[in-house]
Design a protein around this ligand. Structure first.
Ligand SMILES: *[C@@H]1O[C@H](CO)[C@@H](O)[C@H](O)[C@H]1NC(C)=O
Ligand SMILES: *[C@@H]1O[C@H](CO)[C@@H](O)[C@H](O)[C@H]1NC(C)=O
Ligand SMILES: *[C@@H]1O[C@H](CO)[C@@H](O)[C@H](O)[C@H]1NC(C)=O
Ligand SMILES: *[C@@H]1O[C@H](CO)[C@@H](O)[C@H](O)[C@H]1NC(C)=O
Ligand SMILES: *[C@@H]1O[C@H](CO)[C@@H](O)[C@H](O)[C@H]1NC(C)=O
Length: 452
């Protein structure tokens, strides 16, 4: 931001060095959805338990528990998965950190840790309610603050195979895979999507030969075009790869993109060749562009070529056989893309654009908020590259930032504003969310906690 926030104490969100503990036996945690739920006989449900909640003035009279955090696990994941339970277990140490932070700075609101495994630990503890379908769609790893903090800005070309063999379920999975990749891109990233068979089709023909910013409008626009893809003909991957390398290189030359981090995501049901001639021409020996192949379908006859291509271009191979596998497999590339940050010990804080915190609307209208976040890495030695454990973050009401503005220095008609590095207004005296009619806010809340 263009303001220097001298009184913001960044140690509040400093990464916590965490050691993975051996976990054995039964371990229960407070699940944000299950707390205070009882079964037909009146017993607490598993992972529920009695959790005392009291209305707090500071949280707009929302019922919270100021001594403990709660854990949310996305509906599509198993809430007793050993990886999740293990992570929830070691991250329990955060309770004390959250409480201490809040004591030190009573203006703090939500503090949280979003794990790379998918769970979300939030302080203060609060009950979450699923939507009318019984689902909680919230996955912290898709949130802007998470992606911005976990990865460096990147330029991404997504290649989708639309040759005849992709008909039916494969194409459905491929669309979902592309859509999940889009979820992992944020305002700092640039992208384009190319479908290929014997020809190359830009999914949005107007954006032939370039990359666009991965903001919400552009991503939604491309998603609409994905439905129009259909499978026929034969796939000429070599031409598609060539096109991808060329637009990445051209785009880098414009100096508009990320400069350091470029990737090609390849969504296909197989490659009959290794295309070393293409890589030789465009990517070797520096291997500046990483290649992430996603093999769609159950067959693994063509896996070897794709694995080789991933290794030869510093990427990561994944196979996606069912729709349920899509998200977890797509997320894995984020670990690889965050490695440069781990190696350089980059613990940059990131700030999101202003958004409405739907949980904290008060009588004077919606509360505008920003999130400040920072990645957390394991410093264990056995993986000399380090592992991304997740992202810590805290929400900051913009009123708190406004209070830091030194009014006496501005003069009578002076005012201060701040914009983010992406050109979004963060604070401005006239910044207001657009309320089209009663309680319908056109801004999508960043968190969409399903809290009434
Ligand atoms: C938070 O909940 C726990 C478990 O129910 C309870 O022991 C504790 O007293 C609660 N804390 C507050 C501040 O209400
Ligand atoms: C919270 O509730 C109390 C009593 O019900 C009320 O006096 C107070 O104004 C409320 N605070 C907010 C922020 O709504
Ligand atoms: C992109 O545009 C150029 C001319 O502007 C055209 O020659 C080329 O065929 C187009 N490519 C695709 C894949 O549409
Ligand atoms: C992009 O261009 C810059 C400057 O010319 C160069 O240093 C950098 O390595 C290029 N990045 C990629 C991914 O090619
Ligand atoms: C990690 O490795 C460094 C140097 O190789 C060593 O100094 C340090 O003590 C090691 N840390 C742990 C926790 O083993």
């Amino acid at each position: 931001t263009s303001l220097s926030l001298t009184s913001f104490d960044s140690s509040l969100v400093l990464p916590i060095v965490v050691e993975r503990l051996k976990f054995c036996g039964q371990y229960e945690y407070f699940n944000a959805v299950l707390i205070n739920e009882v079964d037909e006989e009146g017993n607490n449900v598993e992972l529920g338990g009695e959790f005392i909640l009291e209305p707090s003035d500071h949280f707009n009279n929302l019922s919270v528990n100021l001594s403990l955090s709660v854990v949310q696990v996305p509906t599509n994941m198993y809430n007793k998965d050993p990886d999740i339970v293990n992570g929830v277990y070691w991250s329990e140490a955060l309770n004390k950190v959250f409480v201490d932070n809040f004591e030190r700075d009573p203006t703090l609101i939500w503090q949280y840790f979003g794990s790379a495994k998918g769970f979300f630990r939030q302080y203060p503890g609060v009950k979450w309610h699923p939507d009318e379908h019984g689902v909680i769609g919230f996955d912290c790893r898709n949130r802007k603050w998470y992606i911005q903090a976990a990865t460096s800005p990147k330029d991404v070309v997504i290649l989708v195979d639309v040759s005849g063999s992709m008909k039916g379920l494969r194409l459905t999975i491929a669309r979902q895979t592309v859509s999940s990749i889009l979820d992992t891109l944020g305002d700092d990233d640039f992208f384009n999507i190319i479908a290929y068979n014997q020809e190359i089709h830009y999914v949005e023909p107007c954006l032939n030969g370039t990359l666009v910013r991965a903001d919400r409008t552009n991503k939604d626009h491309f998603r609409e075009h994905l439905d129009k893809l259909f499978a026929k003909g034969i796939g000429l991957l070599g031409d598609a790869l060539t096109e991808a390398f060329m637009i990445l290189s051209d785009f880098n030359q414009t100096g508009r993109g990320s400069v350091c981090s470029q990737a090609i995501m390849l969504v296909t049901d197989g490659a009959t060749e290794m295309y070393d001639d293409v890589f030789e021409k465009y990517n070797w020996p520096e291997r500046k562009v990483r290649l992430f192949p996603y093999l769609i379908g159950r067959e693994s006859a063509f896996a070897d070529n794709l694995k080789w291509m991933a290794c030869a271009n510093k990427g990561y191979f994944s196979q996606i056989s069912t729709l349920a596998d899509v998200q977890e497999n797509v997320m894995r590339y984020l670990h690889v893309m965050s490695r440069p940050k781990v190696i350089d010990h980059e613990h940059d804080t990131v700030w999101t654009e202003a958004y409405v915190d739907s949980a904290l609307n008060d009588k004077s209208g919606p509360t505008l908020t920003t999130t400040v976040a920072m990645p957390v890495f394991s410093t264990k030695n056995e993986t000399n590259q380090g592992i991304l454990l997740g992202v810590v973050g805290t929400d900051i009401p913009l009123q708190e930032l406004m209070k830091l503005i030194p009014k006496h220095m501005l003069g009578i008609h002076g005012y201060a504003f701040a914009i983010t590095n992406n050109g979004y207004i963060l604070i401005h005296p006239d910044l207001r969310p657009l309320v089209t009619h009663f309680l319908s806010i056109t801004f999508t809340p960043e968190h969409s906690h399903s809290i009434p």
